[in-house]
Every structure is written in C-alpha cells, then in structure tokens.
Design a protein around this ligand. Structure first.
Ligand code: PHE
Length: 348
C-alpha cells in the first residue's frame, strides 16, 4: 500500500505540473479524487485489507487525499490570479468600451491666456464685461480726456467709419478702456470688472499687429489707495506666471488716469542675468501693463460722483502675455493660419 501511495502522489505531481488552466485543473481533480478517481479506487480497496493493515493504510490514504485537495486549491488560486492579470493586460477585448476618438483641437494661446487671467481676476472678485469693437469716438477718446486736438490720440491712430457727412464719429476701438465708461454707466458703483477683447490700431511690424487683444481692469470703490492697485497686479502676475516675480512701478502718462504708472516685471526668460537677452534686451525688465488711479472726470463721465468714489484701472496686452508665458518670439505666429509657418518657424 505504501508504494501505491507514493505512486499516486508522484503521478499527481507530474500531471499537476502540466496543468495551465482552470479547466484542466478540474479534469485533474476528477481523475484523482472523483468517483472513479485513482485515489478513490484505492480508498475503496481498503475493505479488502486485513484488519491489522487497514488502520495504517487508511491513515496514509486519508492524509494523501487531504494533501491533494490542498494542492489543488492552491493551484486554483494561482491560476485565477494569472487569468485575471492576463485579462487586465488586454488579452480580453471589452466590446462595451467607448472608442478613444480624436482630440477636437486646443485653445489658441491667446484664448488660453485670457481664460487664465480672467480666472485669477474672478478670484479677486472681478466680473467679466464686454464692449463693442466698433466704438464711438466719444467712448474711445472724448470721455477718456482725449478731445480731438489731444496729442495722445496720435499714438492710437485707427480705422474710422466716416458717416454720410464725412464726420469721423465711429471707429474700431483702439483700446479696451471705453468699456470702463460703459460699465460704470451700466452698473454704477462699487464696481470690479475686467474686459478682454480685440482692439485695432494702424500698426504692422514684428511686434505690432493691426488687431491685437487687451484686457482692461477697473475697480471703483470708496477710498481706494494706490497700494490696492499694486497688490492686485502683483497677485495677477505671480498667479499667471506661477511664481514670485520681481516687479517695479514706473511713472508714466495716460490722459484718463492720474497718477499713471507702467508695471515692469522681472524678465521671465533670463531673470535679469543675461545682458544679451533677446526678450528684455538686456534690461532685465519687461513692460507688461499700463495703469493708474482713474481720473475724476472719467469717473464723472461714468455717472459716478468722484467726490464719493475713486478707483484704479489697468490695461494689458494679452498677446504679449501669451508670448512671454509660452516663449513665442514673433507676434505674427499668433495670427497666421498656415501650420507650416509654426512648424518651420519661418515665413512660409
Ligand atoms: N488703454 C491704455 C492703452 O491701451 C492702457 C491703460 C488702461 C492705461 C487703463 C491705464 C489704465 O495703452
């Protein structure tokens, strides 16, 4: 009997080594432990043994049965794990899975820049307003302290739509500042708005295009100090470029703000380290934004009492911000629809 036990064990071991699926494991189980299985047959033959031999042989056979059952269970677990892993690795096709599809495109860098800046400003409590691109001379110049004779108009020559009498009262807006007046007239004070949009000037060279994008900001509240303006713009720049940047506020002039300033930020390309830097021309600074405290007569033109309310305004070029953030070195890349122009980096 002892040798028979050994024989069964070794033939089980040999066959088990060949098993590589749950189905063949089940067959193995039947062959050894099933009703007509090899081990079952031996157990049945116990009856033919003498009473002295029977207990020992019975013990050995039962132990072998327990051992085989245990080995089969272990093997089963291993097979299930391997089969699951294979299914996960993609051997199985999931016909219910939706197809991947093709990406529908991406935001234009200027649109993306606009969304990022608007998001930051919304976090500071500003709402978005829009104004017309075809604007009246009154809103674009007149009520921003630029009467027809004002020399500051020379910097913003644009495209006029002469009316029937030949008068030039309608034009493509040269900046987003006219929306300051429109928003004040519409919503009154207090007010926090940003206005992104297209503006037009008679300019065309590698750094100027006849159409470009600006973002206007306006805050009108009571007793607003210059430090609120400085803090808000620092927050905006650091948020947009994703890090703490040095900044400086330089005295400047705009007819519709008093005092007026220009904001420079540390060169995002060289940080002021490279005297030959193409982006900052070795100065270490980048001019990013015009601003100032809103002139009292502009507040009045907006239907708000300047003795009660004051505030600040700023205007920045979105195209320039996009170029600085994404390292685009020619403004015209932003508006050219020819893809090879982008790929080769040359005029196509
Ligand atoms: N409108 C000005 C420009 O286009 C920028 C500006 C906006 C300056 C608001 C001061 C306040 O140059």
């Amino acid at each position: 009997m002892k040798s028979q036990v050994e024989e069964v064990r070794s033939s089980f071991e040999a066959e088990a080594a060949e098993v590589n699926s749950s189905a063949s494991l089940q067959e193995l189980k039947v062959r050894f432990l099933g009703k007509k299985g090899t081990l079952t047959a031996l157990l049945k033959s116990l009856g033919s043994l003498s009473p002295e031999e029977r207990p020992l042989a019975g013990e050995a056979l039962n132990a072998l049965r327990d051992e085989l059952e245990q080995k089969i269970e272990q093997k089963k677990l291993k097979l299930i794990q391997a089969e699951d892993a294979a299914a996960e690795a993609g051997d199985r096709v999931d016909v219910t899975m939706p197809s991947r599809g093709r990406p529908a495109g991406a935001f234009h860098p200027v649109a993306q820049t606009m969304h990022e800046i608007v998001n930051i400003m919304q976090g500071l409590g500003y709402s978005v307003v829009q104004g017309p691109e075809v604007e009246e001379d009154y809103y674009n110049f007149e009520c921003l302290n630029m009467p027809s004779w004002h020399p500051a108009r020379d910097m913003q020559d644009t495209f006029y739509f002469p009316d029937e009498g030949g008068e030039r009262k309608t034009l493509l807006r040269t900046h987003t500042s006219p929306t300051q007046i429109r928003a004040m007239l519409q919503y009154g004070a207090p007010l926090r708005i940003v206005c992104p949009g297209k503006v037009y000037r008679r300019d065309n060279d590698p750094t100027h295009s006849p159409m470009f994008n600006q973002l206007e900001g306006l805050l009108i509240e009571k007793e607003v100090s210059f430090s609120v303006l400085k803090g808000s713009l620092r927050e905006l720049m650091n948020g947009f470029f994703g890090r703490e940047l040095k900044n400086r506020f330089r005295a400047s002039y705009f007819p519709f703000t008093e005092p007026s300033m220009e904001l420079d930020i540390e060169c995002v390309e060289c940080g002021g380290e490279n005297s030959g830097c193409r982006i900052c021309k070795g100065t270490g600074w980048l001019e990013v934004c015009g601003m100032g405290m809103v002139h009292p007569s502009v507040v009045r033109a907006g239907g708000i009492n300047p003795d009660e309310y004051n505030g600040f305004a700023f205007g920045m070029g979105l195209d320039r911000m996009a170029m600085l953030k994404y390292g685009i070195n020619d403004l015209r890349y932003l508006f050219n629809g020819n893809v090879s122009y982008f790929l080769s980096g040359r005029d196509a």
